[in-house]
Ligand binder design. Structure first.
Ligand SMILES: *Cc1c(COP(=O)(O)O)cnc(C)c1O
Length: 390
């Protein structure tokens, strides 16, 4: 008889989206003419920018010609894109052959666990992007996981523990808290990793949203980080690629004398056949001067909604963080309410959808996340409705 992977049974985290869907359906049944503002899902809200769309069309046309036809590309990505990332995004600080193109940070940040022995102790922030923990669980690593609490006391940023860890996930700017780690906070982790001979895995999917001067755009701005850190970045949120799919992972050759870079190349070439040519051309176009202008305007737009919402909440007397270096606001439920109680209250009184913080980890209890991936009209409408909470 076939035996299935029983580690799936250990996934205990509540999957909040189906519950939200059900609550929304119930609310619509009670109030049939309800117009609900959805600040729940963390997905883009603006249309594709012209230079990216044009690059996809041009690349596809090119493939209809004899000289431009293409089959499989390199699994680690085309040189034109790796070179553009090296020069434009890293100012030459990272070599093209340290950059691996993929269809998404979700896959890369979880697949990377295959490079590590199952004996390694893994640190994972809580709350954070749930895929790191869930993939560690289904990979049979649950007993090796230490959660790193991100609470009001530590400014919602994980602090290096006294104990030894081998592999540490960091997500900065963080989803769901919207808080980004400062140079000093990241340096403390780089120092820890050097001391403990550990490897840091930084999910930097929101790098394009950073506005605070004390927050580095890349962990490699910290001296010595190339010896201890892998960085994940994505075109999803920075350039509106959630449907197109393109991201990259930096595996420096300095890590373990070049071995990690070699292993990741091997892993990708065995299990992966690369991102489509038109999409890689589109990603390259998003890094052109015109592409950057267009995509940065969108990021700016999302950050403005963050400002409108967080300033508004503060004026109403609520306590929240984020919205400045990431498209998320982390809102503390007043008077000790649970995440779900506060979610229900906001849905009932304001017809607004949020995400209960506990969906991102046990330390997310007592908070909700608002996404600022929205339009100006909806952000203003949301704020008007939130006045009903007073
Ligand atoms: C959205 C998001 C991702 C997903 O990235 P893809 O490149 O679309 O797979 C990864 N990490 C975090 C923290 C995110 O919020």
């Amino acid at each position: 008889m076939v035996r299935l992977n029983t580690h799936f049974k250990k996934l205990k985290r509540e999957y909040v989206f189906p519950i939200i869907e059900r609550k929304l359906a119930e609310a619509r049944e009670k109030h049939p003419h309800l117009s609900v503002v959805n600040l729940g899902v963390g997905d883009i809200a603006l249309p594709l920018v012209p230079s990216v769309a044009k690059a996809i069309c041009d690349a596809t046309q090119e493939m209809t010609t004899k000289s431009g036809m293409r089959g499989y590309g390199p699994s680690e990505g085309y040189s034109f894109l790796k070179e553009a990332i090296s020069t434009v995004s890293y100012a030459g600080m990272i070599d093209p052959d340290e950059i691996f193109i993929s269809e998404g940070t979700n896959g890369d940040s979880t697949n990377i666990q295959e490079l590590f022995s199952s004996k390694n102790k893994i640190g994972i922030p809580d709350p954070t992007y749930p895929a790191y923990l869930d993939s560690a669980i289904i990979g049979g690593r649950l007993s090796k996981v230490t959660l790193l609490p991100c609470t009001e006391e530590n400014g919602f940023c994980p602090v290096p523990p006294h104990e030894h860890l081998d592999v540490i996930y960091l997500c900065s700017p963080n989803n769901p808290t919207g808080v980004a780690m400062t140079r000093a906070q990241l340096k403390a982790w780089v120092d820890y990793a050097k001391r403990e001979k550990a490897i840091l895995l930084l999910d930097n999917a929101y790098e394009a949203f950073v506005t605070s001067p004390e927050v580095p755009r890349s962990i490699y701005e910290i001296e010595g980080a190339k010896d201890v850190a892998i960085e994940f970045r994505s075109f999803s949120k920075s350039s509106g690629f959630t449907a197109l799919r393109c991201a990259y992972t930096v595996v420096p050759k300095a890590l373990e004398n070049g071995l990690m870079n070699k292993l990741w190349l091997k892993r990708q070439s065995i299990k992966y056949n690369g991102v489509s040519y038109p999409i890689q051309r589109a990603a390259q176009a998003s890094l052109s001067p015109q592409g950057l202008k267009e995509t940065k305007a969108q990021v700016q737009h999302y950050l403005e909604q963050g400002k409108i919402l967080s300033t508004g909440l503060n004026q109403l007397g609520f306590s929240c963080v984020g919205g400045k270096d990431a498209p998320y606001i982390w809102w503390k439920a007043p008077s000790g309410k649970t995440s779900w109680e506060f979610f229900d209250e906001i849905l009932e009184k304001c017809q607004l959808i949020s995400i209960p913080g506990r969906g991102f980890g046990q330390h997310g209890e007592g908070y909700i996340r608002l996404s600022t991936f929205t339009t100006s009209d909806l952000a203003k409408l949301a704020l008007d409705r939130l006045c009903a909470l007073k």
